[in-house]
Design a protein around this ligand. Structure first.
Ligand code: GLC
Length: 543
């Protein structure tokens, strides 16, 4: 297990995900915005992260909260202006923080001028050829062109009404019907996105998180998918991911291979080779990080070959159940896959699409204790870690009342959806909006009544708080950089995840029986230690 080229900033960076709508609201409309983020950058510097990734803030009707882009080169007025984006970048760089922005290349918004032009143009026109329009099957083309399902539920095809009022062709939407998939076999599409990359690189962004990076190309024939009985239609299935993480699933390596003509096609790698070369023209080590829900660690590794992207999210830990066996398997299989291509691993426990890890691990005190222990174990590994806003406060998934749910998957399936991990951050005060913004009312998703003790202000002054723990862990992490990149797993019994990394030993006790601590200085622990031993649901770094 080793890594090459250890000096690039991103190889061991801690990157904090900012979900723009829910981080900080500067103007009191109840929705977070770019000036709100800029105001809070000193908080992120003091927390001790190296970089932030900001979810999409471009012009968008907000049907999927910005993952439906109508103009890739402008800021939605809801979030501010291009001048606000420039100010954010300048201030972040002044504070020594890198900034990664989101790029959404698989689909546009249905309000994008290209899609509007496609709707107004006839079947077979160059305007329609930028998307995947096809005639339907069955009598009068009334059936969708194939059997594919949307990740958000229901068929992945929507039928249009032609300009003359007759029922017409269908277009592919692997997500919401307001997110039509682009046809990446059309060279115009690639050229458009190269322009978008350059637009933001010229403004100084340090990298891009590439949304649905395993999408883009579909098998050219758009043939039916072969779905076995009882199988989820898609790897990129948010409901399935949540189910797995609740019920205790398997790592990516163990899952059986599905037939997926819509995902992970070989042609997609040409796109990332082209983008790699574009980034290389710029100074400062800019990066691409893939959001790719692939079926194996090996196929994920293909996205980070030396001439493609720098990083790919490794969702295997986030999908694993609470068990030493599962976590050990995640660590060893991640390193094996990374070694195939000489890449650096990434680690992540929460993001805006999944149930927060405190809740996944059981919620309440037990869930929090486990979440802190998993986080400390993750931060002890070489590679780059991604944190999701609010996890440093120990926030749980919120049970959002149906009338406040906004996730498009909720409207398409009637299933709870992802709103519960997107509730605005409590900064201070004793009641909603807890200092989220200057407004007096609840923000866009209501915050719970019991968050007074969870706010940043309440936790900053408490050395035992989760916020203080994260600050201490990130500070301690700077002290272990010299522990190197080689990791050796140590067998301390079925309930313990243990590894040696240079002079650092990391232990996580997932069971309930205390485990004897090895010799050495305790650098940090995720919770109180009992005399000479590591209690259950606790992790420790020994140096
Ligand atoms: C990614 C995003 C998710 C979004 C989807 C469609 O999975 O993380 O939030 O809904 O892509 O763009």
């Amino acid at each position: 297990m080793s890594l090459n080229d250890p000096n690039a900033w991103w190889r061991h960076a801690v990157c904090y995900q900012v979900y723009v709508r829910s981080f900080a609201d500067s103007d009191g409309d109840g929705i977070g915005d770019l000036p709100g983020i800029t105001d809070r950058l000193p908080y992120l510097r003091d927390l001790g992260v190296d970089a932030l990734w900001i979810t999409p803030f471009y012009t968008s009707p907000q049907n999927d909260h910005g993952y439906d882009v109508a103009d890739y080169r402008d800021v939605d007025p809801l979030f501010g202006s291009l001048a606000d984006a420039d100010a954010l970048l300048a201030r972040a760089h002044e504070l020594g923080l890198k900034v990664i922005v989101d790029l959404v290349p698989n689909h546009t918004s249905s309000e994008h001028p290209w899609f509007q032009a496609a709707l107004a143009a006839p079947a077979g026109s160059p305007e329609r050829a930028r998307y995947l329009f096809r005639d339907g099957r069955g009598v009068d083309g009334a059936e969708p062109p194939n059997n594919w399902e949307s990740v958000f539920g229901g068929p992945a095809w929507t039928r249009v009404t032609e300009p003359d009022g007759t029922p017409g062709q269908w277009y592919l939407n692997l997500f919401d019907s307001t997110q039509p998939d682009l046809d990446w076999r059309n060279p115009e599409v690639g050229d458009m996105f190269e322009g978008v990359l350059r637009f933001w690189l010229d403004r100084g962004v340090d990298g891009f998180r590439v949304d649905v990076a395993h999408g883009l190309y579909k098998e050219a024939t758009l043939r039916d998918q072969v779905v076995e009985k009882g199988e989820h239609a898609s790897t990129h299935d948010i409901a399935a991911a949540e189910e797995v993480s609740h019920t205790g699933g398997t790592s990516m390596v163990e899952r059986t291979m599905r037939d997926e003509p819509m995902w992970d096609q070989p042609e997609v790698h040409d796109v990332y080779r082209r983008w790699h070369d574009v980034l290389a023209e710029y100074d400062g080590d800019r990066i691409l990080v893939a959001e790719a829900w692939t079926q194996s660690a090996e196929s994920l590794a293909r996205f980070i070959r030396p001439d493609e992207m720098q990083q790919a999210f490794n969702f295997s830990w986030l999908l694993a159940e609470w068990s030493a066996e599962a976590f050990t398997e995640v660590i060893t299989s991640t390193f094996s896959a990374m070694d195939l291509v000489g890449a650096t691993p990434t680690w992540v426990l929460s993001n805006h699409d999944v149930v927060r890890h405190v809740t996944r691990y059981g919620g309440g005190d037990e869930g929090l204790q486990r979440a802190r222990a998993a986080t400390l174990t993750m931060l002890g590994l070489p590679g780059s870690s991604y944190l999701y806003q609010g996890e440093e406060l120990g926030l749980e998934q919120v049970d959002v009342a149906p009338e406040f749910r906004q996730d498009p998957s909720w409207f398409r399936t009637g299933e709870v959806g992802r709103d519960g991990c997107r509730v605005p951050i409590p900064w201070g005060d004793a009641k909603p909006p807890y200092g989220f913004g200057p407004g007096l009312d609840q923000p866009w998703i209501p915050q719970p009544d019991h968050w007074e003790s969870m706010t940043v202000a309440a936790q900053e002054s408490d050395p035992a708080s989760t916020l203080s723990f994260y600050q201490a862990a990130l500070a301690a992490r700077r002290g272990i950089v010299d522990a190197g990149n080689a990791v050796e797993m140590v067998d301390l019994g079925p309930d313990v995840v243990a590894f040696q990394r240079g002079h650092l030993t990391v232990l996580l006790n997932t069971g309930s029986t205390p485990v004897a601590l090895p010799e050495g200085e305790v650098l940090i622990a995720s919770g109180p230690l009992a005399d000479g031993s590591l209690p259950g649901d606790t992790a420790v770094w020994i140096g």
